[in-house]
Design a protein around this ligand. Structure first.
Ligand code: IVH
Length: 677
């Protein structure tokens, strides 16, 4: 290598390095946390850029590059098993020309041999492999990294479209592959329920399917209404299968698999294109999501002749649909104020039909985003909906910009309380500093405080909180505990609070006084202090007094508490109005130290499984209670389980399993007697 090329390749190396890091991060988020941070198209574009660079500069390619891997890392929570046959992926493209190339190349390689293609749907879900021996399902494994995946047999067994026993004729030992998808209707219902429960909704059906398969409690998985779409069958040497892909799918259907009927045998590129065109439009009429079309050579004997590339077969390819994109006029911008005062600009759009739903609004993220997109008044915005359910603004339709249109002028005052907005250095968003006088911030904090994972005061929903606020009774969380019965009765216009309602509300507030300190701390709503952070802070500082007087440096010593959180905590406690709230909550009787119910030893060395519905506790509460008494909580019954605590409506399967393994079953009352003894 001469001096010049050595100098020249440095920027290339840097770019490759950057792509590897970014793709690794995206892969990790996608496979481990069920989160897609960019659109599929953007991900594929980056992957392709890296592949091209690696081809041009093989000497610079990293041996650990994401292009060398079939998928992501393996989730640690489940037993990992090796795939008997590696789970390959498919070459994929967004371009019809590349499909034409694929078809021409295949025809050339097969050199006059007669053959056909099958075109089928590319299901947008989670790939799994199912092993059947003697007609029985023995194992279900996720794709994982293609070589090793998670054993999710227990959860797979809960999916009705996965047959546990096969019917008719079947090979003695074989594997089927397919995609677990979350049908739209069930997905939406589940997300609505999650929101009502205060859980974060899933971003899209694929993430929800993946999350469901990794649930620890298979009973929960069973509720998810997942669907298995079978698309592949393979067997070890010596076991024969039909000699066409379509024949294998037909056979699978006879065995009892759900094989979607939308598969077509195609003879040439025109028939392939017609199939693609049809489904590009018709896909929104399906009850589940697809993200493309898969084209395979139908005659399996030809697969060997065509062979494999590094990670995908040469006899198949996937055509991916482009994210649907429309342009629609921006009618106005609303500015929302969150609980921490952060302002989020939201585009109010002329309603437009996109990807199966009507889109009226889309987030504009923050001032930087608006500036970067260079959005002007009355612009038409391009909106896209890929795998995500939430539409994204991806650009401005410049052709439709009106002459003389002015750039968007970002607000400089809070739309709710009129305070001048602040923008902290290094932060992209503006916020309203008037935290104690700005209605949505106060209501947001109150809502957070009473939330299920915080103080869990169910009888105080958003409407009731607004009522209390508007009546001037509640301005901060401490005011809740000063409420009197006579103030509550008759409150509200539509749904006035009656005697019973007032009593219930006061009782719920009373019960909340025994909520453990870590949840009280979380409920205070200090910026960046989530449930986990609150737990760690409580474990370290034990009580509010040591926490309140800790400096930033000491706070940052706590595991998982970074500098930013440490500063936020210190800043919060330094303010006299916050200290006053803490004192009032303390006098009201809320838990302010970990000493309440600190760890005792009644359940030392024991492992308990809880199941069903309890009357004294929520699920999370009984689990916390077990841990407080020194016990361990496990999600499934095994030989190591000491007790199964049976609530109401416990599933018969759990009982059967406990009985089979000789695990003692106790009631909630027996549990209480045991720990209070
Ligand atoms: S065939 C060796 N058919 O798309 C060929 N895959 O990269 C195996 N997928 O991971 C794949 N629908 O999970 C095939 N009808 C279909 C499919 C399909 C979805 C997934 C599969 C694979 C990915 C392709």
């Amino acid at each position: 290598m001469d001096l010049f090329s050595a100098i020249d390749t440095e920027p290339v190396r840097q770019q490759m390095d950057k792509l590897v890091k970014e793709l690794d991060r995206l892969n990790y988020e996608y496979y481990m946390n069920d989160r897609s941070l960019v659109s599929d198209e953007e991900f594929d574009r980056m992957m392709r850029e890296l592949q091209d660079l690696e081809r041009q500069y093989p000497e610079l390619a990293s041996p650990l590059s994401p292009t060398k891997r079939v998928g992501g890392e393996v989730n640690k929570n489940f037993r990992q098993v090796q795939h008997r046959f590696p789970m390959l992926s498919l070459g994929n493209t967004y371009s019809i020309e590349e499909i034409e190339d694929f078809e021409a190349r295949t025809r050339k390689l097969l050199d006059g041999t007669p053959f056909t293609y099958t075109c089928e749907l590319k299901y947008d879900g989670v790939a799994i492999g199912l092993t059947y021996r003697h007609g029985q399902l023995v194992q279900a494994v996720t794709r994982g990294n293609g070589t090793t995946g998670d054993d999710i047999t227990i959860n797979a067994k809960t999916i009705p479209t996965i047959p546990l026993r096969l019917s008719g004729d079947y090979p003695d030992d074989f594997e089927v592959r397919g995609e677990v998808v979350y049908p739209f209707e069930a997905f939406e219902a589940m997300n609505r329920q999650r929101e009502a429960d205060g859980d974060e909704p899933f971003a899209n059906p694929r993430n929800a399917a993946s999350g469901s398969l990794k649930l620890q409690d298979s009973a929960e998985c069973a509720k998810r209404k997942l669907l298995f779409c079978m698309y592949f069958m393979m067997a070890p040497d010596g076991i024969s299968l039909p000699d066409t892909h379509s024949g294998r799918l037909d056979w699978a259907r006879q065995m009892g698999f759900r094989v979607q009927p939308y598969i077509q045998e195609c003879r040439d590129i025109d028939e392939i294109k017609a199939f693609i065109d049809h489904w590009d439009k018709a896909r929104w009429e399906l009850p589940f999501g697809i993200d493309g079309i898969v084209i395979k050579v139908n005659q399996t004997a030809l697969w060997e002749r065509l062979g494999l590339t590094a990670k995908s077969p040469r006899w198949a390819i996937a055509y991916k649909f482009k994210a649907e994109r429309v342009s629609t006029p921006l009618e106005s911008i609303s500015y929302q104020v969150g609980r921490t005062g952060v302002i989020t600009p939201v585009a109010n759009l002329k309603p437009v039909w996109l990807g199966g739903t009507t889109v009226k609004r889309a987030t504009l993220v923050n001032a930087d985003f608006i500036a970067k997109m260079d959005i002007h008044v009355n612009d038409n915005l391009f909106i896209e909906k890929g795998g995500e359910i939430i539409p994204k603004v991806v650009g401005v339709d410049l052709e439709k910009r009106q002459a003389g249109a002015m750039p968007i002028q970002y607000i400089d005052r809070c739309p709710e309380c009129g305070s001048p907005l602040v923008r902290a250095e290094g932060e992209a968003g503006h916020y309203c500093p008037n935290s104690d006088g700005c209605r949505p911030q106060i209501l947001g904090r109150l809502e957070h405080f009473v939330g299920r994972r915080a103080m869990n005061i169910e009888s105080l929903g958003p409407e009731r909180l607004e009522m209390l606020y508007d009546a001037g009774l509640v301005r901060n969380v401490a005011d809740l505990y000063d409420l009197r019965r006579d103030q509550l009765i008759g409150l509200g216009t539509d749904a006035t609070i009656q005697d019973r309602g007032a009593d219930n509300l006061l009782a719920a507030l009373e019960i909340s006084k025994s909520v453990p300190f870590e949840r009280v701390l979380f409920a205070l709503g200090i910026r960046y202090v989530g449930e986990v952070g609150a737990k760690k802070l409580v474990r370290y500082f034990q009580n509010i007094d040591t926490l309140m007087t800790a400096g930033e440096e000491e706070l940052a010593q706590v595991e998982d508490v970074g500098e930013v959180t440490a500063r936020a905590v210190a800043d919060w406690f330094v303010r006299p109005e916050h200290r006053a709230i803490v004192e009032r909550l303390r006098s009201a009787g809320l838990q302010m130290s970990a000493e309440f119910g600190t760890r005792s030893s009644e359940l030392d060395g024991m492992t308990l499984v809880v199941s069903g519905v309890f009357s004294h506790f929520s699920r999370d509460e009984i689990k916390a209670d077990i841990e407080r008494h020194g016990g361990k909580v496990s999600g499934s019954i095994s030989g190591k389980t000491t007790y199964l605590v049976a609530g109401e409506k416990m599933g018969p399967e759990k009982r059967k399993k406990a009985e089979k393994l000789g695990v003692q079953i106790i009631t909630e009352q027996q549990y209480l007697d045991m720990v209070n003894a």
